[in-house]
Design a protein around this ligand. Structure first.
Ligand code: PA5
Length: 443
């Protein structure tokens, strides 16, 4: 697969025939639609099902928002937030706002917390901009985005009036159910549908991810194209030895069964930091159940070598790491020679920064492997829409395979309800009277 190479040579895992058969069977089970959670398999052939018309329709809506606003607020949480956030971070110059002549609209996120400071500061900053909003919630009832949306909707209506608000607010939600669907119909918002059979954390290639990304000026056709290529490269008919998702799933399961309970995803490119966050949700929610599952953690390197590096090198030996390694940066910068050499860095003179980064990566890999931390390496030739689209699908497919290998339903998340029940009881939400009495008695 030209856009992604998987290297498991430093994982310490030998692929046995049993392991290979188990991973291949899990992949076949995914495609057969006969496994647990089979009503949420719409993501499997999602990339190849996306039509040019759908892309054009999303782009047209994105262009309308871009023409109206220079600040677009995307409201959502979990799977209705992390995919877009991850790709925006990967594809956007982090110093964009420092360029005085920059004209691209800025995409920011809200509704992923209940912080009064966060939303207040965002609203305050928003007052200096022309704004629009995308509200994303599959259930249409999630509290965090609903609170943020109530505030932002009121601000938009106050500034532009109700009629214009319907031109500046787009909803992405279920086709028929939920408060957001009802509200959008009543207010006349343009609406995109999240398919019934695609769960939140697998929804980045639906309008949930694609509309915010198009608004941010990201080439969504190339992103989808990269995912389509990966869909082909990971299908059940692809031999195990050539299927990166099956191999990754097999190796991480073998490591888990050998006592490595924590997987650290890391990269030497800070722009991939939110890919880590997206991945943590994908794997944490899919596998962490029934008292089982690898705990997904993450680092950004080399920064975290100066914080987490000590633990990784010498702490509990329950870790393995997966490194996303980028071969070629977008920019070129060489370290120059200095006549005085007071910092002693002339041994690096003439080298590109990326050469130093690559040597850091190699040195760390060897040190961690020596220290008992197996390493899986995912190599991307570059960071661009195609490679990121491929990477997202690679992880999704591997997650489905891995969950079935672990023996769980990778497509539900019954555990996330527990906090909601307590929160609603504590807030006296109608319908929670009994729970409210019970929880208050515990305090
Ligand atoms: O993966 C999931 O299903 C969850 O993380 C959801 O995406 C998250 O809870 C947000 O849900 P909703 O889109 O219904 O607001």
């Amino acid at each position: 697969m030209k856009n992604l190479k998987l290297d498991i040579r430093k994982s310490g895992i030998d692929i046995t025939p049993e392991l290979k058969d188990k991973a291949s069977a899990a992949n076949a089970l995914l495609e057969s639609g006969e496994g647990a959670g089979n009503d949420f398999l719409g993501w499997i052939h999602l990339p190849s099902s996306i039509t040019e018309e759908q892309i054009a329709c999303i782009k047209a809506q994105a262009d309308k928002l871009r023409a109206k606003a220079d600040l677009i607020i995307c409201i959502g949480i979990g799977g209705s937030y992390l995919g877009a956030k991850a790709v925006v971070e990967a594809m956007t110059d982090p110093f964009k706002l420092l360029h005085k002549d920059q004209k691209e609209p800025t995409v920011v996120f809200a509704g992923q917390n209940i912080s009064e400071d966060y939303i207040s500061q965002l609203m305050e900053a928003a007052r200096e901009h022309s704004i629009a909003a995308i509200i994303i919630s599959k259930s249409g009832t999630t509290t965090e985005p609903a609170i943020a949306f109530r505030l932002i909707k009121a601000e938009i209506e106050k500034r532009y009036g109700k009629q214009e608000a319907a031109e500046r607010i787009v909803a992405i939600t279920d086709k028929a159910r939920g408060a957001l669907k009802t509200l959008s119909t009543q207010e006349g918002y343009p609406t995109f549908v999240i398919p019934d059979d695609v769960g939140g954390r697998f929804s980045v290639l639906t309008p949930v991810g694609l509309l915010p990304l198009a608004v941010a000026g990201i080439d969504i056709a190339a992103l989808v194209h990269g995912a389509q290529a990966m869909e082909q490269a990971t299908g059940k008919e692809v031999p195990f030895e050539e299927n990166p998702s099956a191999i990754y799933a097999a190796v991480r399961n073998a490591l888990y069964n050998g006592g490595k309970k924590i997987e650290i995803l890391g990269s030497y490119e800070p722009r991939l930091q939110y890919i880590n966050e997206w991945w943590k949700q994908l794997y944490g929610e899919s596998e962490g159940k029934q008292g089982k599952g690898i705990f997904p953690a993450s680092v950004t390197l080399t920064a975290d070598l100066h914080s987490m590096g000590q633990y990784i090198q010498q702490g509990e030996r329950t870790l393995f790491e997966t490194i996303i390694s980028v071969v070629e940066p977008d920019h070129k910068m060489v370290i120059e020679s200095d006549a005085e050499n007071l910092d002693g860095l002339n041994f690096l003179a003439g080298k590109r920064i990326s050469e130093v980064n690559a040597k850091a990566e190699l040195g760390v890999q060897l040190a961690h492997v020596d220290g008992g931390v197996p390493n899986i390496r995912i190599e991307l030739p570059k960071v661009n829409e195609e490679t990121i689209g491929g990477l997202l699908y690679f992880f999704e497919r591997a997650c489905g395979i891995s969950g079935y290998m672990l023996g769980v339903n990778p497509f539900d998340q019954p555990g996330v309800e527990a906090y909601k029940k307590n929160m609603f009881a504590l807030l006296d939400k109608p319908g929670y009277e009994e729970e409210s009495k019970a929880i208050k008695a515990r305090l």
